[in-house]
Ligand binder design. Sequence first.
Ligand code: GDP
Ligand code: IMO
Ligand code: MG
Length: 443
Amino acid sequence: MANLLVLGTQWGDEGKGKIVDLLTPAFDVVARYQGGHNAGHTVYVGGKKIVLHLVPSGILRAGTLCVIGNGLVLSPEAFFRETADLEAQGVAVGPDRIAVSRSAHLIMPWHPLVERLSEDLRGEKRIGTTCRGIGPAYEDKAARLGVRAGDLADLGVLREKIEENVAAKARLLAASGLPPLDPEAIFREYAGWAGKLGPFLRDVSALLHERMRRGDNVLFEGAQGALLDLDHGTYPYVTSSSSTAGGAATGLGVGPKAVHGVLGITKAYTTRVGSGPFPTELGDARGKAIAARGDEFGATTGRPRRCGWFDAVAVRYACRVNGLDRIALTKPDVLAGLGDVPVCVGYRYKGEVLKDFPPEPWALEKVVPQYRTFAGWPASLHGASSVESLPSAFVDYVRALEDLVETRVAIISTGVARAETVLLDAELDGLVDLDRVRRGSAE
Ligand code: GDP
Ligand code: IMO
Ligand code: MG
């Protein structure tokens, strides 16, 4: 079959974790290519809730190898906290299940400190980051100061890099009234992680190359979403990595032809956590109703997610920058019974209607969404197993969205459980081995 790239098409939290877990039985390897423990993916297995941050969402299917690519920034502390949690829930997480790239950058103790300072300095213009040290770790990577996972193999190199970084950060911390960092204490902490992380460390590019040569299928898993991408998102209100499709190649050390298909995960409405423009945001009771019904609270920070209507201009843009083949539409059940459903089909800006998404936040702040209103679907969508069993008003909504974003829907998710999913066989043909997925769903 083929390798599939699965990513978010909005501002994250589209339900990537659920869909990746559902599709994993058709794949031998699930590989994350960017981000860190800023991500939060909630997956329900047998009624049990499991939240993943750094570990790929393929981990819940025994026999799947999970890969953490060079494009990620990894906090050893967060990694081992998460693997310990998983183990406590009966999920095996040893080095036979998870491979970590030697070239992944490490989140160091100064990164969350620097992030808090930079968010405070921004004042009203703060990004609203997850304060996990993600952005500063990527800054140090670009500044060529970063400490990489592979550096843990040589304690002399590790010590030197820590000293170099502590010196580089000293002036900023002193000017901010913070106590100086203790390089020896940091060295001891990370030397401790070296022994634990060592068995997981691999040359991920070589590993994937070998697995693909053997005919194994790889699912490339994106975190965050297209509109949070460092280049293509609503800069500067973005994350610091390449969450769009292009990031898969650089973030894992594979060629672009390793990706045979791209599936975008798209919520039937829109949410956003943190600051930044959000044209279809609902500041009224309807926004609150969607948040309550959709349980829209961040899985990582617990912050309430901002909610609004589906934005077809934004999603069409995401389809373009990612070269999407198909969409998996999630959470339409949340809108059931809420009455008419408006969809943003254009932006009015300076007297004209824009067809294309302007990534500049200052323009997006000023656009006035143009809505087309669709009849809602009063009936619950839970339990639907085929398109025929879905309410016709909802099917009309799906068809209209497909036209608006110029991409076909291949999966409709109607609830948190694996079984609450409608697979459109013809649309998934050639992208996913459905027999393997269905055998997996029966588990
Ligand atoms: P991710 O970051 O893209 O993996 O998404 P999150 O896990 O952060 O947020 C999606 C939330 O919606 C999770 O709590 C999922 O359990 C839940 N979810 C996923 N698909 C559906 C669906 O079709 N319907 C409903 N009601 N909830 C869903
Ligand atoms: P998943 O994978 C939603 C947002 C933060 C903030 C901005 C930058 O669960 O979809 P960062 O800490 O990354 O520097 O914060 O990005 N953000 C997310 N929003 N879902 C996520 O991940 C996010 N990861 C980061 O809220 O606005
Ligand atoms: Mg999430």
